[in-house]
Design a protein around this ligand. Sequence first.
Ligand SMILES: Cc1cc2nc3c(=O)[nH]c(=O)nc-3n(C[C@H](O)[C@H](O)[C@H](O)COP(=O)(O)O)c2cc1C
Length: 317
Amino acid sequence: MRPRTSSGTEKNVADLSVDLGFLKLKNPVLAASGTFGYGLEFTPFFNLEELGGFVVKGLYLGPRPGNPPPRLVETHGGLLNAIGLQGIGVEEFATGVLPRLKGLDSVVIVNVCGEHEEEYASAVRFLDRFDGIAAYELNISCPNIRADGLCPALSPQATRAVVKGVKKATSRPVITKLSPNVTNITEIALSAQEAGSDAVSLVNTFLALAVDARTRKPRLANVFGGLSGPAIKPIALRMVYQVAAAVRIPVIGMGGIMTAEDAAEFMIAGASAVEVGTANFIDPQAAVRIIEGLGRYCRQNNLERIQDIIGTLDVPS
Ligand SMILES: Cc1cc2nc3c(=O)[nH]c(=O)nc-3n(C[C@H](O)[C@H](O)[C@H](O)COP(=O)(O)O)c2cc1C
């Protein structure tokens, strides 16, 4: 590992790299989609090359304005958002943003959205013409696009259809992002695997409601939003553990990761890598702090390689 230069004192001697099979990461920490812009917004805060990688804000084929405000509400230990996938679209991203990320020694993953299964495939087909994208993360799980929270990740059939269509359209790796708003997330993960997904990432946000008792109105213009942050961590951990036990493909875990210890917990539960989301709004250097902390965690626990903790949860039989 390279020594950390900004603090001047930290040296990560442990090997923090992880291997997803289709993708090698210098460390297991990715910035989560929708909480890290298109990457460039964070260059004033740290060198993007310190990250294992980052997932850019969800992109449809065309630009989208998102939902009307208010679309963000803080709750106890959480954040409720109904941004509604505001974005610049694949063309503006590929021609305006991607060239500025060129040559970056950090993995760029594009989060792809669609109104229907053909749009996912078309978006990926367009992006495939451009270099610099390591993988696609399929956002089939955003709860605040339709008023009823419906999305493909709620059904094994719809999940399979989107993944199959995208796999036909690209030879790049595909990560399917799952929704926690289901009774049996393992069933959905298995359908993504069957359809050829190279990995699954979980969880997206939980469909939720915030009420203003004074006005008796919903706090979000969209009524419902997606809950993220520390409040969801134990449920996300449970789902990562269940999915990792059921699938053969790598699992990328997320949901309320604020510290290196949180990240280690997800890896112990079975995640090969993690994504950090809401924490970026509290501290724009959160992801880098977590990477440094994982180095310390390895030293304190006499671990030479962080990947040795993946899936090691000691469950009494
Ligand atoms: C403001 C906001 C915007 C988000 N936008 C996206 C998005 O565009 N695509 C996506 O797949 N997930 C999106 N997410 C979900 C996050 O990537 C992540 O799955 C979720 O917030 C749980 O992780 P966290 O608790 O660390 O934030 C968004 C989350 C937030 C808070």
